[in-house]
Write a protein that binds this ligand. Structure first.
Ligand SMILES: [Zn+2]
Length: 256
């Protein structure tokens, strides 16, 4: 191995480690925010036996493999969501570093993707989108204004205003859309700008419609919209232009 390729290999190995820890932190955020208020502080514990976890039981991936996916004390199975989220963190940090080439904007998108992941999982589990996470997404959007010139501030403001579309739908459907979804769209709008926010909403509506059909088929009446919105925001942050041209081509195809 030449010294240049060894340097690149070492760099990506460090990124994977950082990503695994970022993913591990995401699992803790999801776990804490899924608990009732008042029981979210203190050291990490097993949800089954309530015993505190040792530091050595919280090493990403490695602890899960060494413990064979079970709690050291009570033997209860640990959800595979934990290692999956850690791997997602590792993937995101390395992918974004490659996609955006070690830029501050890239790392803002990376942090945003972890927030979106946490929001999607919590909405699926608890049917709510915690304000602390949507608020953090809005802060990332504001930071992004100082890091990259496109979208311009006016487009970002218009993006946030796209939340009014969801507010209108919420009013018309008498609460069919949660207020958390409205806040999430406003926060994402600052990061994405108005054109990519519309692309995100289009993606959310299309995938959400498919999911709603699956939910209905399985006899489940209430479906969270947040996960599809999160997926749309994530897709638009990376491939907004491609999504928009895909929609336009589709509309042209249907119209002629
Ligand atoms: Zn336990």
């Amino acid at each position: 191995m030449s010294s240049a390729s060894f340097a690149v290999f070492s760099l990506y190995a460090i990124l994977v480690l950082i990503g695994l820890y970022a993913g591990s932190l995401t699992t803790r955020v999801i776990f804490r925010l899924s608990l009732p208020k008042g029981s979210r502080r203190g050291p990490s514990f097993c949800p089954n036996c309530g015993k505190h976890l040792r530091a050595t039981d919280q090493i990403p991936i490695i602890s899960y493999i060494l413990l064979r996916g079970r709690c050291r004390r009570c033997g209860q199975r640990i959800s595979p969501m934990y290692p999956a989220t850690e791997l997602f963190g590792a993937f995101m940090v390395t992918f974004v570093s490659w996609y955006f080439g070690f830029s501050l904007h890239g790392y803002i998108v990376c942090l945003a993707s972890l927030l979106l992941y946490a929001l999607a999982v919590i909405d699926l589990k608890c049917m709510r989108l915690p304000d602390v996470l949507t608020g953090s997404l809005a802060v990332l959007g504001v930071l992004d204004i100082f890091v990259i010139s496109t979208p311009d501030p006016l487009s970002r403001a218009a993006g946030a205003a796209c939340a009014l579309i969801l507010l209108g739908v919420r009013f018309l459907t008498r609460g069919g859309i949660g207020i958390g979804d409205v806040k999430l769209t406003a926060a994402a709008g600052i990061l994405l700008g108005y054109d990519n926010t519309l692309a995100a909403l289009g993606f959310a509506v299309l995938t959400g419609a498919v999911a709603a059909a699956v939910y209905k088929f399985n006899g489940v009446k209430k479906m969270p919209f947040g996960p599809w919105l999160c997926a749309g925001i994530f897709a638009a942050a990376l491939y907004g232009e491609e999504l928009t041209s895909l929609y336009l081509n589709f509309i042209r195809f249907v119209a002629y």
